[in-house]
Design a protein around this ligand. Structure first.
Ligand SMILES: Cc1cc2nc3c(=O)[nH]c(=O)nc-3n(C[C@H](O)[C@H](O)[C@H](O)COP(=O)(O)OP(=O)(O)OC[C@H]3O[C@@H](n4cnc5c(N)ncnc54)[C@H](O)[C@@H]3O)c2cc1C
Length: 365
């Protein structure tokens, strides 16, 4: 089949790679010369269990199951991208430096669902992460992984091109099933259009008459330049996370602000993030901030991605919000199934919501 993918972020490129590997003829259209949107900005944690632990009030059982499926698929994708070292893929999990009745109850539910969570005493936590400030109550270790999203984007784009995917810089200005119109007035026909344009998808979907309520959620990030080895795992604390990144130091995130498409750095948020990170890891107190940046998380109003074939010739793969790096491999598998018309009971849970403003039933796993 001939497939046009609108959006060359990690979701669009992962779909392109999977579709091309299955023999389809794929073109990726991205408005920017280099895709530097949410995927480029992300922290890169592959952390479905940490999300469930730290946000029990938002826990969505099916999203968690999709996250578990995708976490398992990252090992294959890392191998396809040239091996873990190429993309700083790690599978060592991450620590949560916190015990509280709510966190402990979430951890117990994850354990009951078969996740190998481990409660850590203060001494065990200090043993695993000596750079952390003392946490008298101890914390948790949960399975999970991480990647460097920027290196993933570079490797995926190179792999796609090497395997015959056409990657074009082109802004899509019009859309119908099986057809996209470009800013220069040309229009391109295909068997399927896959809409994977992140925070910009609701506006593009509207061009095809699809009412997809969504608003970007801005995240401020920064990076401390410190030698490798300060942290062994990512540290997932409420409101702040720290991710060691090979050869680059420690990445710190992230704010969650609804400010439309404003991508300016926020000095006050940078100061808060830096102070939060330094309180967790005192050795960062003297470290230089080497980089600061923002990104726009693609959030739909019902809080879930939509992975669905809306009409013959139009597939949606969008709304990955806080988890698009984690969910990229499972999304690519899902899109291949949707394009080829193969049913999948879990992916059916990510159809267009009947009422986009209504949250789905949320059940803890
Ligand atoms: C600060 C921050 C931290 C995050 N941390 C994590 C994390 O630790 N783990 C995790 O799993 N997820 C994380 N996320 C979420 C994750 O980054 C996103 O869910 C994911 O990157 C979305 O990917 P995407 O390809 O859909 O969108 P994007 O990466 O935003 O790509 C969309 C692409 O569409 C293109 N486009 C837009 N309009 C058009 C048009 N008209 N024509 C052609 N192209 C167009 C854009 O140029 C862009 O390249 C984070 C996000 C942010 C912002």
């Amino acid at each position: 089949m001939r497939v046009h993918i609108v959006g060359g972020g990690l979701i669009g490129l992962s779909c392109a790679w999977r579709l091309r590997s299955a023999g389809h003829q794929v073109t990726v259209l991205d408005a920017a010369p280099q895709a530097r949107a949410a995927s480029w900005a992300a922290g890169g944690m592959l952390a479905p269990h940490h999300e469930a632990l730290n946000h029990p009030e938002h826990h969505d059982h099916e999203l968690w199951r999709l996250g578990c499926r995708s976490l398992a698929r990252w090992r294959d994708l890392a191998a396809e991208l040239g091996g873990s070292a190429q993309i700083d893929h790690r599978e060592g999990g991450g620590v949560v430096p916190l015990r509280s009745p709510a966190v402990d109850a979430s951890a117990a539910r994850l354990a009951a669902a078969g996740v190998a969570v481990r409660a850590l005493t203060a001494a065990e936590l200090a043993d695993r992460e000596p750079a952390l400030a003392a946490v008298p109550g101890g914390g948790w270790w949960l399975p999970g992984g991480q990647v460097d999203p920027r290196r993933c984007l570079e490797r995926l784009a190179a792999l796609c091109v090497a395997q015959g995917v056409a990657v074009r810089q082109a802004a899509v200005h019009g859309l119908q099933p099986g057809r996209v119109a470009l800013a220069d007035g040309t229009s391109l026909e295909s068997d399927q259009v896959v809409l994977a344009s992140g925070a910009w998808t609701p506006a593009l979907a509207a061009l095809a008459g699809i009412d997809l309520h969504g608003e970007p959620v801005k995240g401020q990030m920064l990076r401390f330049a410190v030698p490798d080895g300060l942290l062994a795992h990512f540290v997932h604390a409420p409101g702040t996370y720290l991710i060691p990144r090979a050869g680059q130091g420690v990445v710190v995130g992230a704010t969650m602000v609804q400010a439309g498409f404003d991508q300016r750095d926020d000095p006050a948020a940078i100061a808060r993030l830096a102070a939060g990170a330094q309180a967790l890891v005192p050795a960062l107190a003297g470290a230089a901030i080497a980089e600061r940046w923002t990104g726009l998380r693609p959030r739909l109003r019902h809080g879930r991605p939509v992975l669905a074939r809306l009409a013959p010739g139009l597939v949606l793969a969008t709304g990955h919000f806080r988890n698009g790096i984690l969910l990229a491999p499972a999304t690519a598998d899902a899109v291949l199934g949707l394009v080829e018309g193969r049913p999948d009971a879990l992916i059916d849970c990510f159809a267009m919501p009947a009422e986009p403003g209504v949250a789905p039933e949320r059940i803890m796993g």
